[in-house]
Write a protein that binds this ligand. Structure first.
Ligand code: NAD
Length: 259
């Protein structure tokens, strides 16, 4: 499906890594005619991403720590000044540390909550200021772990379960301003974040997926573009799962193993 985002300005957090979901989302919006700003902690990676994406359209980059109110506030003000009205904002940045809950340091727990969850509060608060005039769209990165929990990354799962809940509340609170708030639930997508787990459990992961392949960042970008599009104008407070049918039945590998 092709989309038309001409005249729109889109911000994406966690968008610096060329192999990541945020970069693919930014690329999809650019290809569909939008102006895009990429936000990330990593300055050099942002520059490389900008170089890669610039041939497709207008791209700005801002160093932003999504977990810090001042940083978020400054970037929104700067983006508004340089790019105009902010129409769409994608809260995509996240971290996924591996640790059993009861073995975790408090600092790591706080970092997960701040980057994955508090960031959504901070950015939505700025969006509510900058999108009130003409409405807009906010998209939040949830996770399959929002629904199921995850042994070995419980803080991550708890933060993403809260993202699920917060998305629904924001959808209701911002509806009077014509701001739609939705989320996407990636299953297992091949990015830097999942490289380790794919290396150690590749085959097992694929067996849990009905379509029997891992996801690509572009699979998520297509869903994000749909959620932000006019075609989705009656969707708010909802999620698209992009998982290839992960655990849609107890035994998704069974049909693949028949003679
Ligand atoms: P990734 O690690 O490739 O990218 C995450 C990006 O977030 C990086 O560029 C990183 O620099 C940035 N970031 C981290 N902390 C930040 C901070 N404090 N401020 C600003 N930027 C920060 O990850 P990805 O796989 O592309 O995941 C994108 C989103 O999708 C995440 O929220 C992740 O939890 C979610 N998700 C991914 C998968 C998957 O299979 N890859 C599955 C479920 C959910």
């Amino acid at each position: 499906m092709s989309f038309d985002f001409k005249g729109k300005t889109v911000g994406v957090t966690g968008a610096a890594g060329i192999s990541g979901i945020g970069f693919a989302i930014a690329k999809k919006f650019l290809e569909s005619g939008a102006k895009v700003f990429l936000c990330d902690l990593k300055e050099q990676a942002l520059q490389e991403a900008q170089k890669e994406l610039s041939p497709l359209g207008e791209v700005k980059t801002y160093v932003m720590d999504v977990s810090k109110a001042d940083s978020v506030r400054d970037v929104f003000a700067q983006a508004k000044k340089e790019l105009g009205y902010i129409d769409i904002f994608v809260n995509n940045a996240g971290i996924y540390p591996q640790a059993f809950v009861c073995d975790m340091e408090e600092e790591l727990w706080d970092a997960v909550m701040n980057v994955n969850l508090k960031s959504i509060f901070l950015c939505a608060r700025e969006c509510s200021r900058y999108m009130k005039e003409k409405g807009g769209v906010i998209l939040n990165a949830a996770s399959y772990a929002s629904l199921l929990g995850s042994a070995g990354s419980g803080a991550y799962a708890a933060s993403k379960a809260a993202v699920y809940s917060l998305t629904k509340t924001l959808a209701a609170e911002l509806a009077p301003y014509r701001i739609r708030v939705n989320g996407y639930i990636p299953g297992v997508i091949k990015t830097g974040m999942t490289a380790g787990v794919i290396r150690s459990k590749g085959e097992e992961l694929v067996d849990a997926i009905a379509l029997h392949r891992l996801g690509k960042p572009e699979d998520v970008a297509n869903a994000a573009a749909f959620l932000a599009s006019l075609e989705a104008s009656y969707l708010t407070g909802t999620f698209i799962e992009i998982s290839g049918g992960k655990l849609c039945v107890q035994n998704p590998d069974f049909p693949w193993k028949q003679e």
